[in-house]
Design a protein around this ligand. Structure first.
Ligand SMILES: NC(=O)c1ccc[n+]([C@@H]2O[C@H](COP(=O)([O-])OP(=O)(O)OC[C@H]3O[C@@H](n4cnc5c(N)ncnc54)[C@H](O)[C@@H]3O)[C@@H](O)[C@H]2O)c1
Length: 446
């Protein structure tokens, strides 16, 4: 049974008993189903917390959406995901339904989890096997080190792609993603990235006002992700039976080849907002960073605990990005766009000559994003945000490359010429030595 330790009988019994939760929004449901009653079927690769969340987001956002296939490296993760999806509370708990603001959720209306044992796949090639399923849209939510190959396989198989951010961890991966996005466009396939702030209502309103010049010219920008959760995020105690590869996969944020480090993993959201404000990626970056405190980190991988990057955009504007994870330190998250006649917080406020406070609504941007994506697929004009999310990820990677090496780096060189490829030589369970922590000034630029 595709490597899944689950009997057909137990699966069927639980499926019948589950009364699987799903949702439809009366406000848009009637409209969409009247236009096109066809189902959209989802397949999920990477059945962890965000993957399951993305499936629920999609099901909540439009009618006639169901999940038909699951793939993960580990059978236990598939079991756990199914349990979560089949819980009658799946769409009602604080984490999901409450985020949908003013939108009304009829959670019990549709049975949307249609996963059979034949459509559960585990192992290194699970992302390929799932492509044989009836899924129309493949959600990619494994650790980002696998994303370029997963994206390419899905696009080659003619599937629409929802790729969680970041979409790669190195320039070789980014080049592959950009090609895949172009191929998806040629094949009229959708490509959505997990940088959901692009669909946030307050961000949309503030960015529109900035681009309209209401606060004057942009003279500088800043973004931050100072937090502590990365310290313990997916940090499991190593079991004796785990190989190096299994340990790194289960604790993936702590290994650069899998996560890209937290500047790429997390700050990519805020860096994307700066690129959005500036109209594209920067021309260069110079950065510093390091790891000053290992004591609080349960997994001693090879990521930094702090980064600072100065980006320069083609018009000469300099923008500052910083990312830090440490316990007992102040938190700060967001962006600030400094203009000649005002200062904007893209999350809803402009201070200055033409002060503005976004009045609402504040619906969950993930939900809005899914609704737009599914609607575009149904209309036959699928959205393709592949280039945008690849550029945001490349900008974050550029900052990390500069901090690791201590060198100022041009974006175009990194995008087109860098040969940095962090993937291991073979993808199999077994020994996998960890690359040493980067040392600025000594780590070579590849
Ligand atoms: N857009 C957002 O706001 C947001 C929020 C959280 C996480 N994310 C992104 O979602 C992704 C997953 O994060 P998470 O917190 O759900 O992690 P997670 O560890 O909970 O889930 C990842 C899953 O992928 C599986 N996996 C590992 N290697 C795989 C492979 N080769 N093929 C298939 N499955 C594989 C793991 O076993 C695990 O179940 C990350 O890229 C993260 O940045 C995005």
């Amino acid at each position: 049974m595709n490597g899944i330790s689950m009997t057909r009988r137990s699966f069927a019994t639980r499926t019948v008993q589950a009364g699987l939760a799903a949702a439809a929004l009366p406000s848009i449901a009637g409209e969409l189903s009247a236009r096109n009653p066809d189902k959209i079927r989802l397949g999920l690769v990477g059945c962890g917390s965000r993957g399951v969340g993305a499936v629920i987001d999609a099901i909540l956002s439009a009618p006639n959406v169901e999940v038909v296939a699951l793939a993960d490296m580990f059978p236990d993760k598939i079991e756990a995901a199914l349990k979560k999806l089949r819980s009658p509370q799946a769409g009602k708990n604080r984490d999901f339904a409450a985020q949908y603001g003013s939108l009304v959720v009829d959670w019990d209306r549709v049975d949307a989890v249609r996963v059979t044992p034949e459509c559960c796949f585990a192992g290194f090639d699970a992302h390929r096997k799932i492509l044989q399923s009836a899924a129309d849209v493949i959600i990619l939510a494994s650790p980002p080190g696998f994303r370029p190959q997963h994206i390419r396989a899905a696009v080659d198989a003619g599937k629409h792609v929802f790729a969680e951010k970041p979409v790669a961890v190195d320039p070789v991966g980014i080049r592959s993603v950009i090609e895949s996005a172009a191929l998806a466009a040629q094949k009229k396939l959708g490509f959505m990235g997990g940088t959901q702030l692009r669909f946030s209502q307050p961000y949309g309103e503030i960015l529109k006002r900035i681009h309209d010049g209401q606060a004057g010219e942009i003279v500088s920008a800043e973004c931050y992700w100072w937090h502590d959760y990365f310290v313990r995020w997916h940090a499991e105690a190593r079991k004796s039976e785990w190989s190096d590869m299994e340990f790194q996969l289960r604790c993936w944020p702590h290994f650069v080849w899998l996560s890209g480090d937290h500047i790429v993993e997390n700050l990519v959201h805020n860096i994307d907002v700066m690129n959005w404000a500036m109209g594209g990626p920067p021309k260069s970056a110079v950065a510093h960073g390091g790891h000053s405190n290992w004591d609080d980190w349960p997994v001693k991988g090879n990521v930094f605990d702090h980064f600072y990057v100065e980006y320069e955009y083609p018009n000469g504007v300099k923008a500052h990005a910083s990312s830090r994870h440490g316990l007992n330190c102040s938190h700060r998250l967001g962006e600030r766009i400094v203009c000649s006649r005002g200062v904007a917080d893209p999350n809803g406020r402009i201070l200055g000559e033409k002060a503005y406070d976004y009045p609402g609504p504040f619906d969950n941007p993930r939900f809005i994003q899914w609704r737009a994506f599914l609607e575009s697929i149904r209309k036959g004009a699928p959205l393709n945000f592949g280039r945008q999310v690849a550029e945001a990820t490349m900008t974050a990677i550029l900052g990390r490359m500069s901090a690791y090496t201590g060198r100022a780096i041009n974006y175009d060189w990194a995008l087109n010429r860098s040969q940095l490829d962090l993937s291991p030589k073979t993808q199999e369970f077994g020994p996998l030595p960890v690359e040493p922590l980067a040392v600025p000034g000594r780590t070579t630029l590849v």
